[in-house]
Design a protein around this ligand. Sequence first.
Ligand SMILES: [Zn+2]
Length: 268
Amino acid sequence: MNCNICNHTSDLFLTSTIFKEKTKISYYKCSNCGFIQTEEPYWLEKAYSDVIAKTDIGLIYRNNIFSNITESILDNFFSTTKKALDYGAGFGIFVRIMRDKGYNFLWYDDYCQNLFAETFEGKLDEKYDVLTAFEVFEHLPNPIETVEKLLTLSDTIIFSTVLNDGVTDFDKWWYRTEVSGQHVSFYSEKSLNFLAKKYKLNYVSCNNKSLHVFTKKEINKNNFNLLFNNSNTIIERLKRKLITKKIPQKETLLQKDHEKIINKILNT
Ligand SMILES: [Zn+2]
């Protein structure tokens, strides 16, 4: 089998089970970039019979964390952002939170019903200043194809995926999502670096290397790391001061969005 990221040979790494029924599947690991992939995932229809798995109780927690970090990334490094798309937006919780904070985020998801961001759907034939894709990459059977598609939509992709570096017992790793069987691609830092190089992107990450930024724009890596990857409390305090000083308060879109929805209902 060839690696879905760098095309190098990927060797059988583990045979394990998914689903309650204990379906046996194989995992392959690339000796060049460290990317781990499952065998051709023939089970996805079953895995997505419940799009957002009942076992995913971290949904709200993640949306809180990701919205705070995204806000900070946008304010500090992409402050000219006028329009952003949340790709694989799920129920629309993240889009609603970001709009409440005053950022013009739009919703897109091929599989999930939009519950919280109706009226704010994005289209795939438009360009966006920033695109976010949270907990999407590990679901992709063909990451290259999707990355290329996303790069036609935006020059900046903020995405989350937990890296496999340092995982000692992959079989027992929670991110393998044994019960739902939805995760099929497990990235290493090296594999993300490979993608960044291939598409001439600048690459930074934060939140314990679970949140990543690919961008064609210049990004000051030192400042990024100072802001997001420094546990020094004095610097933490300093940062907060710097950030609050620099950034003008955004006005929430809540009121305007509400009016828009009311008008839409009254006029249809
Ligand atoms: Zn590889």
